[in-house]
Design a protein around this ligand. Structure first.
Ligand SMILES: [Zn+2]
Length: 459
């Protein structure tokens, strides 16, 4: 890391030591190393870093934003544009507060909180044993547990009285439910059909941590699938399987992914049944996405509170029905974290430690890095021309800084699947060396064949 700010930044990341897990040994320290790599390579910085940061809030850097955009684009392609039964939308973060009354978030969306009277540390009451001493200071002196609403409040407009209180949305789903009739009628959708959106959501979590895993500002990819109430079971199964397969298709290791049904005691207030897609992080199996059967709860509530009809006319049976909902709710930041954790790999190469991010070419911020072996004999100019020729189809990157070994290492850490080196042979026979990141295998390829070569490899 090599900078004085490291320890400060480190403390804000909120990593917790994991229990012994199948895929990690206690010496792995994968999370610590990953946080360091993310900063070093420009994936993720802490927010407002020059002012000491803001706890559990992060900024995506030049490589991080590309990775994150690739994740969102793949989701949008697979859930929305490649299907004829799902349409997209983009609702506002700020909504009429009546939405949260109807949805139950004002009355139900809270966690129990306790404080240690001795050291003032604050915990979720359901996450610690109140018969034991405070894990921070070792004294046992708890306040009463009290309910804490998780919505972030702000004031809308110039007056700061109670009439101007509004909330930053705690989920994107409600933006879809209140637009059910708008989306259905304008896109002329028939049951079953889905409405999807990607956007920021905010939750004033009592405790945050594990880097990107739990933060107060995050981004969701949510799809609400409206179905005939008799068909919810089939669609819950369909979307659970389909969403699990999506993560595998991103190149995430299958033995670290699973689908877990919720027990009755952990269902949210709106849900009748739920499956979580879980990943085995160094800190334990944790939720990536929830696929939930919400029944007619949301449309019923909004119909009741708004006085508007939120039904669909079934012309075959000549009746108005309130569709039931199967929801697939994924976290963008959690998916990014999963991809990074899963890709992180260390190995010894010729007595040296090599750190490599084995990112799938589908999500890697850079697909091909192009290097002149040395900065003379027109090698840099040829390399830049190659970058130009690849740019339309691939994320190509030119790097002439430092020894070739160092440039390879930097790209290994950035997760770049391919490196192209222009050397003295190139000047003779118009071929270049292509190096594959994971195997480090090298082969000579004719310069003018490079676009076809990579199209074939990455397909
Ligand atoms: Zn304490």
């Amino acid at each position: 890391m090599g900078d004085g700010g490291w320890m400060e930044w480190w403390k804000t990341v909120g990593l917790k030591s994991g229990t012994q897990l199948l895929h990690y040994s206690s010496e792995d320290k994968v999370m610590e190393k990953l946080v360091s790599l993310c900063k070093r390579r420009g994936f993720i910085f802490r927010s407002s870093d020059i002012y000491g940061g803001l706890e559990s809030t992060y900024d995506y850097g030049p490589l991080g934003v590309e990775l994150k955009n690739n994740v969102k684009q793949l989701w949008w392609r697979d859930v929305v544009t490649s299907r004829s039964d799902v349409v997209g939308m983009d609702a506002s973060i700020l909504m009429n507060p009546k939405v949260w009354e109807a949805s139950g978030h004002l009355s139900e969306f809270h966690d129990p909180m306790v404080d240690c009277k001795n050291c003032k540390a604050r915990f979720r009451a359901d996450h610690i044993d109140l018969d034991k001493n405070c894990p921070t200071c070792g004294v046992q002196d708890w306040t009463e547990a009290r309910q804490f609403n998780l919505m972030l409040k702000t004031h809308y407009g110039p007056s700061e009285d109670s009439s101007s209180v509004i909330y930053l949305r705690p989920e994107t789903a409600q933006g879809i439910f209140v637009n059910f009739a708008n989306a259905q009628s304008t896109a002329r959708m028939k049951l079953p059909f889905g409405v999807a959106q990607i956007g920021k959501a905010f939750r004033n979590e009592i405790t945050t941590g594990n880097f990107l895993f739990r933060s107060r500002e995050f981004e969701q990819m949510e799809m609400e699938f409206f179905v005939h109430p008799d068909e919810t079971g089939n669609w819950l199964e369909y979307w659970s399987d389909s969403r699990l397969a999506w993560y595998k298709n991103l190149g995430i290791r299958e033995d670290r992914l699973k689908l877990r049904p919720h027990g009755d005691d952990e269902l949210a207030h709106y849900a009748a049944a739920c499956f979580d897609v879980e990943y085995e992080f160094p800190f334990g199996w944790s939720e990536l996405e929830g696929i939930a059967e919400r029944g007619t709860f949301d449309l019923d509530q909004h119909a009741k509170h708004s006085g508007k009809k939120l039904t669909w006319f079934d012309s075959k049976n000549n009746e108005h029905i309130t569709p039931a909902v199967v929801e697939a709710s994924a976290g963008v930041d959690r998916t990014v974290l999963t991809i990074l954790v899963d890709a992180y790999h260390e190995e010894e190469v010729k007595g040296e430690n090599r750190v490599v991010l084995r990112l799938s070419p589908k999500v890697a911020p850079t697909t091909v890095a192009v290097f002149p072996l040395v900065n003379r004999d027109s090698m840099p100019e040829i390399a830049e021309k190659i970058v130009e020729s690849l740019r339309g189809d691939f994320a190509a990157f030119f790097d002439a800084g430092g020894s070739i070994g160092r440039r390879y290492r930097r790209q290994d850490e950035a997760g770049t699947p391919y490196g192209v080196t222009v050397d003295s042979d190139t000047l003779e026979d118009q071929t270049v060396t292509v190096r594959e990141r994971d195997t480090m295998a090298q082969e000579r390829v004719a310069m003018d064949q490079l676009p076809a070569y990579f199209r074939d490899k990455i397909r």
